[in-house]
Ligand binder design. Structure first.
Ligand code: ADP
Ligand code: AMP
Ligand code: ZN
Length: 217
């Protein structure tokens, strides 16, 4: 086996707080956040071939095909900043992706821990519908629950805040459906491997972060 790496997989419904927590974990552990949603949005913005392919799926709230997604993640994990591992945010999202991720991580000790961030559905909807994202750096805010210092402007880099197209109610409903149908089986999958750790995600951003840090060992 090669030298062990720390691969963390954040699980939870859309809006549970995975991206928010992944960014904070990145700051405190130095492990990079790997967000497949962010990578797809970057490609969309820059109108790459990958972005053009992903768009129709993202617009509907469906999953982008596995072969494309898995290849994209494999490439990302080979970048030098992932040499000690990564905080996975939004990947894997179904059992095929989970099996592929096991293959990639096996030489480095496999997946270390899978925090499941638990939030009630009505709170999730409240969080998603009020979410605002920075156009330039991807930082995430909420109009009331986690507002920026100046309305509409990112604290980090002054970028413009916008509402993601797929955060509109119609698409949100399909994204939740896709989560329950395709992603939630991963809970059992990782439980059986002994790496699942449930976290109460209904608490404040700080409290959830502390619970996650305690799991990092
Ligand atoms: P995910 O990546 O799981 O889709 P995000 O991290 O983007 O979720 O969070 C969704 C929304 O909820 C954002 O607007 C974020 O600011 C807000 N949020 C995240 N965590 C909390 C929390 N613990 N309490 C209140 N609001 C939160
Ligand atoms: P997210 O930013 O995680 O909410 O993801 C936004 C959208 O990107 C999803 O609704 C999917 O269309 C796509 N996406 C993100 N991650 C994946 C993945 N692992 N597999 C397939 N599609 C994904
Ligand atoms: Zn920003």
């Amino acid at each position: 086996m090669s030298e062990a790496r720390t691969y963390v997989v954040l699980l939870g419904v859309p809006g549970a707080g995975k991206g928010t927590q992944a960014k904070l974990l990145e700051q405190s552990t130095g492990l990079p956040q790997v967000s497949t949603g962010d990578i797809f949005r970057y490609n969309l913005k820059n109108q790459t071939e990958l972005g053009k392919l992903a768009k129709s799926y993202m617009d509907k709230g469906d999953l982008v095909p596995d072969d494309v997604t898995i290849r994209m993640v494999e490439d990302r994990l080979q970048q030098p900043d992932c040499a000690r591992g990564a905080i996975m945010d939004g990947f894997p999202r179904n059992l095929v992706q989970a099996a592929a991720f096991d293959k990639v991580t096996a030489p480095f000790g496999g997946v270390r821990v899978v925090p499941l961030i638990n939030v009630e559905d009505d709170e999730t909807i409240r969080r998603i519908t009020g979410r605002r994202s920075c156009r330039t750096c991807g930082a995430v805010y909420h109009v009331t629950l986690n507002p920026p210092k100046v309305e509409g402007i990112c604290d980090v880099d002054g970028g413009e805040l916008y509402q993601r197209d797929d955060d509109k109610e119609e698409t949100v409903r399909n994204r939740l459906f896709v989560y329950y149908k395709q992603t939630s089986p991963l809970i059992g999958y990782y439980f059986a491997k002994g790496v699942l750790a449930e976290v109460d995600g209904s608490r404040s951003i700080n409290e959830v972060q502390q619970a996650l840090m305690a799991l990092m060992g």
